[in-house]
Design a protein around this ligand. Structure first.
Ligand code: ZN
Length: 154
């Protein structure tokens, strides 16, 4: 099997990087170390501990929700973000980043207001949008950003 037939997929739970055959059904893609479903369509939690696996080594871009527990608009957007995760999989994985708990990552990406949505691929920012959005707007924005960057799998 060549590399083209595999995708590297980071695990949000344990930080392992998995080699997943592209033909494998997403429901069957499980982490080789901890066994959780890698492409469940549920937003993961992005931390400094799993950032390398999820946002730098993974072939699948990750849409990050920079939020904080004290932020009302962030909490209001949470259900919309979860719903978008189900619609955008498996081309895009969604993850939440608590800017209170992960101030280093928030500073690294220059987050000045929350909520801010950002698409990362191989550690690089490819799109960002500040302000709360409904599910339809999140999905449309993400699809447009990915197609601009040549990700055609959506
Ligand atoms: Zn794992």
């Amino acid at each position: 099997m060549t590399n083209r037939d595999c995708r590297m997929v980071g695990c949000a739970a344990c930080g392992a990087t998995n080699r997943v055959p592209a033909a494998k059904a997403e429901a069957d893609a499980k982490c080789g170390r901890c066994g959780i479903a890698l492409l469940s369509g549920e937003p993961g939690v992005l931390t400094s501990a799993n950032f390398t696996a999820l946002a730098e080594r993974s072939d699948i871009p990750v849409l990050v929700d920079f939020w904080a527990p004290w932020c009302g608009p962030c909490r209001q957007m949470a259900p919309a973000f979860s719903a978008a995760a189900g619609q955008l999989k498996p081309a895009l994985r969604l993850a939440k980043l608590n800017t209170e708990a992960e101030q280093g990552l928030a500073a690294r990406f220059g987050i000045r207001s929350i909520p801010t949505l950002m698409i990362l691929h191989k550690g690089r920012e490819i799109a960002r949008q500040s302000g709360a959005m409904p599910t339809t707007a999140i999905v449309a924005w993400a699809q447009q950003a990915l197609s601009h960057r040549g990700f055609t799998s959506l």
